[in-house]
Design a protein around this ligand. Structure first.
Ligand code: 5AD
Length: 370
């Protein structure tokens, strides 16, 4: 064991990690040191959450958005987007397919829409998905910032998890990524309300944003710990040509590959610090390195994958960043390929299970794991 291994292990074993510890985890000195970081994170994952990979079938129900975030391809101000809303029948048919494939749960996501009609529509969709699956399919929502009563109605209808990324926990950096009327405080408040209602709450950040430092990322992990997140979803920032934030970037490919590496380190460091939460190997990793990107996420500490179940007719229009993978993921052929890659690293797919994080289970006494 080298001196740096011993130091790394000493940091990893600490019961409580300081910001300096986390900065050190995020800054490997060389390729060997980075390999050790991933290896240790992977061991911790196996010890705390096992070697099952849980699936969440992702349905992108619409790309209409009231927000104008400077990094996002479906921002309100992007006139080049072909806007769509999936019909109830389309959503239910994707849900049925996911259920047929043995996915334990679904994630429904769309651009932010706060109208009453949309809230009601989603409430109905949640109830019908519960009905069609005899309540077996778990439902995660990712519909941005909403009023408390809407969050409550959706929870009552049967959704049990909510993803709302903080994007960055640094207020100043947040300010450079969003127009003035997009409030950091409001987003924070939503996360608290969601938790109070009883949702399993997921948050996360983009990694490699212009102006973002390793110190910011260390603070992000501390933020996840402080709000007691159950799930983490994060991935590399990938510029989208038609957004203001991408204007200053010349070489998108170079940014993507740099951010990919940083994202894997961030997954590893988050696993080491938070241990028993669910961490997603997100689509943005797949955008950089296809199925291998997802597998690299798993071997760095992630334990959840979100295959895209949006119909092929809409998938191309839900483009938050460049290089979105557009292959047919809701096919037996793709699932076979994914599964064999997962087996190769000695893991297996946790079919027909919700796959709640041990972190959440440890807190709750009355939630069935399905
Ligand atoms: N690169 C990477 N991730 C992005 N998101 C939005 N735009 C981008 C981008 N250009 C992420 C945000 C949002 C999630 C749905 O997608 O973190 O919360």
């Amino acid at each position: 064991m080298s001196i740096s291994d011993a130091l790394l292990d000493r940091i990893i074993d600490r019961a409580h990690h300081s910001k300096e510890d986390i900065v050190r985890l995020l800054s490997p000195t060389d390729a060997y040191d980075e390999g050790m970081l991933f290896k240790r994170a992977y061991e911790i994952k196996k010890r705390y959450v096992g070697n099952a990979v849980y699936l969440r079938g992702l349905i992108e129900t619409g790309n209409i958005c009231e927000k104008d975030c400077y990094y996002c391809g479906v921002r309100k101000g992007n006139r080049l987007v072909n806007r769509y809303l999936m019909s109830k029948e389309e959503i239910l048919s994707s849900a049925k397919l996911a259920w047929k494939f043995g996915y334990g749960s679904l994630t429904l996501q769309s651009g932010e829409m706060t109208g009453k009609g949309h809230a009601l529509f989603i409430e109905e969709v949640i109830r019908e998905i519960k009905d069609l699956s005899g309540s077996e399919l778990g439902i995660t929502l990712s519909f941005g910032e909403q009023k408390e009563d809407v969050y409550r109605r959706w929870f009552k209808a049967g959704a049990h998890r909510y993803l709302l990324r903080i994007e960055t926990s640094d207020r100043d950096l947040y300010g450079t990524l969003h127009p003035h009327d997009h409030s950091f405080e409001q987003r924070l408040e939503c996360l608290h309300v969601l938790k109070e209602i009883g949702y399993q709450v997921g948050t996360g950040v983009m990694i490699g944003l212009p102006g973002q430092t390793v110190e910011h990322l260390a603070d992000d992990i501390i933020f996840f710990r402080d709000i007691d997140a159950d799930m983490i979803g994060m991935g590399p920032y990938i510029p989208h040509r038609d957004t203001p934030l991408a204007k200053a970037i010349d070489d998108i490919e170079e940014v993507m590959s740099f951010n990919m590496n940083l994202a894997l380190r961030m997954i590893a460091a988050t696993r080491i610090v938070l241990r028993d939460v669910n961490i997603a190997s997100t689509t943005a990793l797949q955008a950089v390195d296809s199925i291998s990107g997802l597998v690299r996420g798993l071997t760095s500490g992630a334990n959840v994958i979100m295959p895209n179940m949006t119909g092929n007719e809409h998938k191309g229009d839900y483009r938050l960043y460049e290089n979105k993978p557009l292959e047919d993921e809701n096919s037996a052929e793709y699932m076979g390929r994914l599964e064999s890659r997962i087996r190769l690293i000695g893991e297996y797919i946790g079919y027909n299970q919700w796959g709640d994080s041990p972190h959440f289970k440890g807190k709750s006494t009355d939630v069935s794991t399905g």
